[in-house]
Design a protein around this ligand. Structure first.
Ligand SMILES: [Zn+2]
Length: 236
């Protein structure tokens, strides 16, 4: 083994961030999970349709947890590209005609932000914006949350109770963001890693409505099966 190879292996992750397979950053099977055809669903809570490119699975969940909690920045691009595809489909669903787009990432708690050096959904959204420059995506990271109880393992009602009234706007945000992004042709999109019942996105929409911002759709990586109905499959 050459010195360069050894040196490189000190820094290269040795396990798939999705399934733990050795000697690969993301294995082909896990990468494939991020490459699904975008689908839209009507969530149980809220009025906003949500688009995702994968089904919620333990592998995709592991990828996100490894990215946000275990420093696996090597999978930023595959995750961000999947999110970019979801955002593109969400814009199609919203009949977006080409104006500027604002992305509102789901909030992380102040504690998680400090630990991770920022909101992981905002990091994903920023990278997604870089990957599709022609869409003029602007990330507006103004949503905060008072607490962050994990939603995993909770039933639909418990999820909704968990997030109800949990979010708020960054104190100075209401002065700095305009009600309509980019005029009449612009669009506002909520962004998160997963959506199961839509409760988190509905809470974001409630907070943004207080400053006359009404997102057209949500874009996520993975859609869960939490009592939701799938609508309008995309053909792209
Ligand atoms: Zn894998």
């Amino acid at each position: 083994m050459g010195l360069l190879t050894e040196f490189g292996e000190l820094f290269l992750p040795r396990r798939c961030a999705g399934c733990g397979r050795e000697d690969v950053s993301l294995c082909t099977a896990c990468l494939k999970l991020l490459g699904g055809i975008p689908r839209a669903m009507e969530p149980r809570y809220g009025q906003i349709p949500v688009v995702g490119v994968s089904e919620y699975s333990s592998q995709v969940s592991h990828m996100v947890v490894n990215f946000k909690d275990n420093g696996r920045r090597d999978i930023l691009d595959p995750l961000a590209l999947a999110l970019a595809r979801s955002i593109t489909a969400a814009l199609e669903l919203a009949h977006h005609s080409g104006g500027p787009v604002r992305l509102f990432p789901a909030p992380s708690s102040a504690q998680a932000r400090r630990r991770r050096g920022g909101s992981h959904t905002a990091v994903l959204a920023r990278r997604a914006a870089e990957l599709v420059p022609e869409l003029s995506l602007e990330v507006v990271d103004v949503l905060l949350t008072r607490r962050h109880h994990d939603q995993v393992g909770l039933g639909a009602h418990a999820r909704q109770r968990n997030v109800a009234r949990s979010q708020y706007l960054e104190p100075r945000a209401s002065d700095s963001i305009s009600p309509a992004g980019g005029g009449e042709s612009g669009a506002d999109i909520l962004v998160d890693d997963f959506s199961t019942t839509g409760a988190t996105l509905a809470e974001s929409a409630r907070v943004l409505a207080s400053v006359q911002i009404r997102p057209a759709a949500g874009a996520v990586l993975g859609l869960g099966r939490g009592g939701t109905r799938f609508v309008s499959p995309f053909t792209v």
